[in-house]
Design a protein around this ligand. Structure first.
Ligand SMILES: NC(=O)C1=CN([C@@H]2O[C@H](COP(=O)(O)OP(=O)(O)OC[C@H]3O[C@@H](n4cnc5c(N)ncnc54)[C@H](OP(=O)(O)O)[C@@H]3O)[C@@H](O)[C@H]2O)C=CC1
Ligand SMILES: N[C@@H](CC(=O)OP(=O)(O)O)C(=O)O
Length: 415
């Protein structure tokens, strides 16, 4: 795999290597030449050693593939997996329009950082699980269009791969978790039964939630845990990137708000109950008992879903108690030791006009959900605002954290 300059070194190591490699330019010229030669030899030895160590570290990484790699979510996967400490992207899949081309030619890269060097020239394959390109891969991240995701993801799982999907197709399967580690990390426990029942050669399927549902579920978790929730009224203001690339025509979304996103309201209302549900005696999910009413809107921001929420609690609480519960909530992903974990999974913003989409969506690298404006509600008990990044915590980043959890729990071997 590609040699990445400086990778695997801490700051102190980089400094000492720099020091050894320096040729000194002052004083006696002859001495300087000898010092320079000795330094150059030491420098070469050190860099060979480094290179060997880096190659060994790279070889130990788990080989992964990204399907739908050219799309909005797929590009986020490629960005977030660049330099990942556990995972090495070795294969990419997309439609036949992209297959056969090097990644940099196949995709119209829209991220704010360059394509990771090691991925630029990887040739995109068709999403055919039997292809040689996918042979050594243990983990498959899918950002596939839901028109095709269902069958393709299942075909990859059948060849023994751990598949982490962003599509809606398998979310409501009774033995497939909608996994959000800050909310329901225990739901990985259904996987051994799924592996056995589906006879997938050790492979399995894990899904993400719909992105608006993820933001709401993480944002409300501290409140659900402490007081219980009976009713949720949620109104979303969702980013354009949620509709994929190229998304809505500019003439439809500039200077506009579109009060309709197909099936989004239904997904928020059903998926959240499974996410907060429990695993029953038969190993499948039992829904949580609250009700949700969702109203979903597309607004003209690029990334980030903002949600205005009103809640009826099971145990009455003041706004101050709710704020205290959010602030006290631990960072579950950090406690689990997952490499992509942010400092906090959910934070409370004290400023009266926060969170705001443009200012707060990248908190925790896009993995943190922000909550603010907790106050009394005149109809229910409490109202508040939640914000999260739809293609990071709500999609690609969420899948990567899910895969990290499965590795940490021993469901994917590192050998
Ligand atoms: N955007 C978001 O915020 C979120 C999206 N999701 C879900 O994630 C998935 C991806 O969404 P998004 O990235 O926005 O979508 P895009 O439309 O941007 O990307 C779709 C990807 O699927 C590939 N694809 C399309 N048709 C085929 C085919 N017949 N065979 C193989 N590959 C194909 C495309 O490849 P090619 O370029 O070659 O056409 C592209 O890589 C969807 O299921 C979506 O519902 C979930 C949560 C949030
Ligand atoms: N519908 C979401 C993104 C999405 O694709 O959701 P799902 O994966 O549930 O279809 C949005 O527009 O912001």
């Amino acid at each position: 795999m590609a040699f990445v300059q400086g990778a695997g070194l801490d700051v102190g190591q980089k400094r000492s290597v720099g020091h050894v490699c320096q040729t000194r330019g002052y004083g006696n010229a002859g001495v300087n030449v000898r010092v320079a030669r000795v330094s150059a030899r030491r420098c070469a030895v050190v860099s060979m050693q480094q290179r060997a160590e880096q190659d060994a570290a790279q070889a130990k990484k788990i080989k992964v593939a990204v399907l739908g790699a050219t799309g909005s979510v797929g590009q986020r996967f490629i960005e977030l997996l660049g330099g990942h400490p556990w995972f090495d992207v070795v294969a990419l899949g997309a439609s036949s329009r992209s297959a056969g081309k090097p990644y940099e030619e196949a995709c119209r890269w829209k991220q704010a950082v360059p394509i990771p060097e090691e991925t630029r020239r990887v040739v995109v394959s068709d999403c055919d699980a039997s292809l040689e390109a996918f042979k050594d891969v243990k983990i498959v991240f899918s950002g596939l269009d839901n028109e095709v995701a269902g069958d393709i993801e299942e075909a990859f799982a059948k060849t023994g791969k751990a598949v982490f999907s962003n599509a809606k197709n398998h979310r409501m399967d009774p033995d497939v978790p909608i996994l959000i580690p800050p909310v329901n990390a225990a739901h990985v426990e259904v996987l051994p039964a799924q592996i056995k029942a589906r006879n997938f050669n050790g492979g399995f399927l894990v899904t993400n939630a719909n992105c608006s549902t993820t933001v709401m579920s993480i944002g409300l978790k501290p409140i659900m845990e402490k007081f219980g929730i009976e009713k949720i009224h949620v109104t979303t203001m969702q980013a354009i990137s949620g509709a994929g690339y190229p998304g809505l025509p500019s003439m439809d979304i500039i200077d506009n708000v579109v009060p309709y996103i197909g099936s989004e309201e239904e997904k928020m209302e059903s998926e959240s109950k499974k996410i907060y549900g429990t695993i029953g005696k038969d190993g499948t999910f039992e829904n949580a008992d609250f009700v949700v009413s969702a109203m979903c809107n597309r607004v003209h921001v690029l990334d980030g879903h903002l949600e205005a929420i009103s809640l009826k609690l099971k145990t009455p609480a003041t706004p101050e108690q709710v704020i205290e519960a959010i602030k006290a909530y631990p960072s579950v992903t950090k406690q689990l030791g997952l490499p992509s974990a942010p400092e906090k999974d959910v934070v409370y913003c004290d400023a009266p006009d926060r969170p705001q989409t443009r200012l707060d969506r990248m908190l925790g690298g896009g993995f943190t959900v922000s909550v603010g404006r907790v106050r009394k509600c005149t109809i229910n008990d409490i109202r508040l605002v939640c914000l999260g990044h739809n293609t990071i915590v709500g999609a690609a980043g969420g899948s990567i954290i899910n895969a990290e959890l499965c590795v940490a729990k021993g469901l994917i071997s590192r050998e």
